[in-house]
Design a protein around this ligand. Sequence first.
Ligand code: SER
Length: 326
Amino acid sequence: MQRILITGANGQIGSELLPELRRRYGEEQVVAAFHKRLPDRELLDSGPHYFVDVRDADKVRQIVREFRIDSIFHLAALLSAVAEKHPQLAWDVNINGLLNVLETARSQCCAVFFPSSIGAFGPQTPAVDTPQDTIQRPTTIYGVSKVSGELLCDYYQHRYGVDTRGVRFPGLISYRTPPGGGTTDYAVEIFHAALTEGRYQCFLRPDTRLDMMYMPDALQAMLCLMEADASRLRHRNASNITAMSFTPEKIAAEIQKHLPDFSITYKVDPLRQAIADSWPQHMDDSCARQEWGWRPDFDLPKMVQDMLEKLAQRLQQEQHDGLDKD
Ligand code: SER
């Protein structure tokens, strides 16, 4: 990887991957494709960027040619809950956007990273120790787009030789940019609520177990996979990876170890509960461990401690910046 394009660069993953790649590869070597929402100044000023709708194939190709991009991290997509409210739009963005990226990669000789998800599984999939190769019959449009995306990426690899790689991410937890529109978002919201209100109303049942991961591990996974020796990859699209598996009541108890007065209540959202109930509780990620050396650093206690510290600093900074503007 030398010259990189990130789509969805102001999303939850992109806003953290962008500074990390610019730090490693140089500011001018990493081009950000933002969509609609204005990113914060820090991201906006940190290097070359465009505002792009990934459904605009000409624009995507033009940027890749102009910057002689060799690797694309294609992160622009609608998440599960918002996709369920706008299924046709979700298909259009998640699939036609990916097709545009793959076509550009084919004609311009780029490698592509595509994030799949626990959402690529469905109610018929074994929920515990979910195997790498198993039944994939998701019941959400998000999941349908992720399975189709995995297949499309594999197709471009064997049909055209495009170097496509991907992982099945679990719910991602981070403090920089909120996820927006996902089913696992509660595991981020809970930290904001704990620090600002001292209480949180969760939209999933207390015993809903799902795979999760802290953002530093997610970044490490993407880079490790993209830099791995291709001959070792038996599964390109996409490897199961996980770092921890917990329920809302378990994460609440872990937060209470640091903030004893924190309390949680539950008001179940039927849409997101049904989505969560159709997803794995704990994936088997041994293939990723064997094929490209995947190993997470953060378990639940370590993540909660770091997240509370870093988010508190960030909230303080935002308050400080807000006061300066007044
Ligand atoms: N975090 C995503 C969502 O909840 C799953 O990949 O939609």
